[in-house]
Design a protein around this ligand. Structure first.
Ligand SMILES: Cc1cc2nc3c(=O)[nH]c(=O)nc-3n(C[C@H](O)[C@H](O)[C@H](O)COP(=O)(O)OP(=O)(O)OC[C@H]3O[C@@H](n4cnc5c(N)ncnc54)[C@H](O)[C@@H]3O)c2cc1C
Length: 465
């Protein structure tokens, strides 16, 4: 596999969230990149902005001088996955933890599930305490299972987690058959679970984090792709970060580069793979819009699913459409093209609400916007967080596999304490399985391709019946 290219230049498909750009979207704090800083953060998405927020927070809380920080962003602020996602902050109590229980043991599963739940409430607290206007709404997420096979599998997994006293299961409610249909409002659902989740306006949250950082003296340089970073510091302790607009000498470097991490760090080739996704904004014409009580993931099979959040204006953000293009590997795998829609996925969203949800039949709901975005899928499904094994004073916070919103805020808090206090990874509260290790980088595992190959075999078998 090739290293990821840099974020694609040129026009991108416009997401709902980025339709009215913030005044800092193209911001450059100084005409040139600063020649020397203490910390260089690459990437101005939720991960980069959160890392800077927590670094400043640690320093402010101690009355300690703030380090000199530059954020280098290849395109506009928050123009990557964060500015193009589904707006769902949905801790996963069951799906991934049940796989993790098999591969890494029940403690690892419980740790990851609890960490994601903590993230939801950490973001809620931050937004409320600081008066951040990002439309954060605490809700229940419903996982709707559309076949008996999917339903039975998840119910068995949930039962196993409950029997093993995984703490987040106390927040999970189960329903089957007609009860599930009433609870979820999803037509023909076989069963469902619900649990605490949230939805928000991710671009607004990230731009406010960046705005506060700039007010605190952080230098933001948009439209400044980083082209190269030296592996080791020079004799004076500086790492050289080369951009399209000149070089920055930094004592520490943070890669918050998600899908594009391997463009700068070849050791992440095949470890964090760019994966293209498609998302939509659905507008009902009927007023008031039909009530949608929860956020959702609609699971049609192990690999095909859609996800959606209601917005308080009655519209819906709906993403997924994997059933339309998942078989066509080149259309999504190792693909950084967010300038074009995924052709095969385009029609999936038309009439979706009418087909899937009770009470939406006469809603007149139509697809008002469509866009693509690039996720950073990790080869073992776990984010990569922490110090790089052989590159002193270089740190990664990336590889969120299309699920970063309930992972990033506290992962960034942990990375901030590693950077500022030289904290031990184990003391940060970040799940152990997220840590960047040489063993993970050397592993030949590729769970993205394993899942795809399995799905292709079962669809061939299904077609032969
Ligand atoms: C269509 C879609 C739907 C999604 N829906 C959800 C959802 O509902 N819930 C959820 O939890 N997650 C969702 N995700 C995933 C979620 O958006 C990500 O996990 C999260 O935003 C990752 O944040 P980040 O800051 O790590 O990455 P990004 O937001 O991608 O930020 C990385 C930044 O680094 C910059 N960069 C990269 N390389 C360089 C370089 N060499 N030089 C300078 N800058 C560079 C990029 O331009 C980019 O701005 C979705 C993603 C997509 C694409």
């Amino acid at each position: 596999m090739q290293q990821s290219p840099l974020p694609a230049q040129g026009p991108t498909t416009e997401s709902f969230w980025r339709a009215s750009p913030h005044s800092l979207d193209d911001h450059r704090s100084s005409p040139d990149v600063p020649p020397e800083v203490d910390i260089c953060v690459i990437g101005a998405g939720f991960a980069g902005a959160s890392t800077v927020h927590h670094i400043l927070d640690i320093c402010n809380s101690r009355g300690q001088p703030r380090p000199r920080i530059v954020i280098l962003e290849a395109r506009q602020a928050c123009s990557g996955a964060t500015g193009r996602n589904g707006g769902h902050i949905k801790p996963d109590p069951c799906h991934q933890p049940s796989s993790l229980a098999v591969t890494h043991g029940i403690e690892a599963a419980a740790e990851c599930a609890a960490f994601e739940a903590q993230n939801l409430f950490a973001v809620k607290k931050f937004v409320e305490d600081e008066g951040i206007d990002c439309e954060f709404t605490l809700t229940r997420a419903v996982d709707a299972f559309m076949s008996d096979a999917v339903c039975d599998k998840v119910m068995a997994a949930a039962d196993m987690l409950r029997r093993n006293h995984v703490s987040v299961m106390s927040d999970v409610h189960f329903a089957k058959g007609s009860d599930a249909e009433v609870l979820s409002g999803v037509k023909g659902v076989k069963g469902c679970i619900s649990y605490s989740a949230g939805h928000l306006f991710p671009y607004k949250l990230t731009l406010q984090l960046l705005s506060r950082a700039i007010d605190a003296g952080v230098n933001l340089q948009t439209h400044t792709p980083v082209l190269n970073v030296t592996g080791q510091a020079d004799g004076d302790g500086f790492i050289t970060v080369t951009t399209s607009r000149g070089s920055v000498k930094a004592r520490k470097v943070v890669y918050a580069t998600n899908a594009y991490t391997s463009s700068l760090l070849p050791e992440f080739t095949g470890k964090i793979v760019p994966v293209r996704g498609i998302c939509s904004h659905i507008t009902p014409t009927k007023k008031p819009a039909p009530h949608l009580p929860s956020t959702y993931i609609i699971r049609w099979s192990d690999t095909n699913y859609d996800y959606l959040i209601p917005r308080l204006d009655g519209s819906v953000i709906l993403g997924g459409a994997r059933s339309m293009f998942y078989h066509d590997l080149d259309s999504w795998y190792n693909n950084v093209d967010d300038g074009q829609l995924i052709e095969a996925g385009k029609s999936h969203f038309d009439g979706y609400m009418q087909r899937v949800f009770q009470g939406w039949e006469d809603s007149g709901a139509y697809t008002s916007k469509l866009w693509t975005g690039i996720m950073g899928y990790s080869s073992d499904s776990m984010p990569y967080i922490g110090a790089l094994p052989e590159k002193n004073q270089q740190f990664v916070v990336a590889g969120f596999s299309g699920h970063g919103m309930p992972q990033i805020f506290l992962a960034a808090k942990g990375i901030a304490s590693i950077i500022i206090d030289n904290a031990d990874f184990q003391s940060t509260g970040i799940p152990t399985v997220y840590q960047v290790t040489r063993a993970r980088l050397d592993s030949k595992q590729n769970s993205i391709m394993e899942g795809w190959e399995k799905a292709q075999k079962s669809s061939i078998a299904f077609n032969k019946i």
